[in-house]
Design a protein around this ligand. Structure first.
Ligand code: IPE
Ligand code: IPE
Ligand code: MG
Length: 256
């Protein structure tokens, strides 16, 4: 489904505040973001890193509302990687607390805005309380038909691919699939992103030009946008800049 047809469903919208009619027709269906730079944003203001995470979680809430407003169909955000456990336990604790706080406070308002919340990642390592909240959120918003927000939590692209390969191997071992029938579509059906189109645009603030184990399977033909802004500085203007840059690209998918 393209962004324009989504608009016709009457869920939005004010994309025309930012984009021309032609641009609205070509808006990315799926945008992903690596929410990086919270710690450095805080340090530059002589604040503890955790203050950056607090502001960053508010930035996420506003970003999701903006994506919903302009008629983007999927918004996938990298909130915590499989490698982020290497951080001091105090910082990990604050990030988990903020996630709980966000879920507690935003579930109903997101559902009112018809926003569906979904989660990618190995959730088994989360606390039981957070896990329960994640499940509750998923359930409450499962019938929302507007923007779908995928929150990547204890997520790693390699872990996701290994998990899919293992599931396919189990199916083969059980005789339910022949190894020669394991193709890209089949493996995709074991990814967290099953049924969701690949991201058209991946935005990474925070000055780093790398993928950091995000959506490795899905990013094969994504367009990338890197910016020196830190995640807490990402506002409507910055997202519009990223999307306009995307709209200027010529996507060939290997063709000419
Ligand atoms: C991203 O910001 C948030 C998470 C990884 C959880 P960082 O905490 O990585 O901030 P920087 O990159 O150190 O500034
Ligand atoms: C990527 O940021 C992960 C998230 C934003 C959740 P990192 O800060 O962990 O990435 P690196 O370590 O700079 O590659
Ligand atoms: Mg970082």
């Amino acid at each position: 489904m393209c962004a324009a047809s989504y608009a016709v469903m009457g869920v939005i919208m004010s994309a025309d505040r930012y984009f021309t009619e032609d641009e609205i027709q070509r808006l990315p269906v799926h945008i992903a973001a690596i929410m990086d730079g919270n710690g450095r944003w805080a340090k530059a203001r002589l604040l503890p890193r955790t203050a950056g995470h607090r502001v960053g979680s508010e930035t996420f809430r506003r970003a999701a509302e903006f994506m919903s407003e302009i008629g983007v169909r999927y918004f996938t955000v990298y909130a915590f990687s499989t490698e982020n456990w290497k951080r001091p336990p105090e910082e990990v604790g604050v990030i988990m607390e903020l996630l709980e706080k966000y879920l507690n406070e935003s579930v109903s308002s997101m559902a009112e805005k018809n926003i569906r919340l979904n989660f990618f990642g190995d959730l088994s390592r989360l606390s039981l309380r957070l896990l329960a909240l994640v499940e509750k959120t998923r359930k409450i918003s499962e019938n929302c038909t507007g923007l779908c927000v995928n929150v990547c939590l204890n997520y790693g692209g390699r872990q996701e691919i290994v998990r899919a390969a293992r599931a396919a191997a189990e199916e083969a071992l059980a005789g339910r699939v022949c190894p020669e029938n394991i193709d890209e579509n089949y493996l995709s059906s074991f990814m967290y992103s099953k049924g969701i189109p690949d991201p058209d645009l991946i935005i990474r603030p925070g000055r780093e030009v790398r993928i950091s184990n995000f959506l490795l399977w899905q990013c094969a033909y994504s367009e990338f946008y890197f910016t020196d802004k830190m995640w807490p500085e990402m506002d409507e203007t910055e997202f519009v800049k990223a999307i306009k840059s995307y709209l200027d690209r010529n996507r060939r998918f290997g063709g000419i």
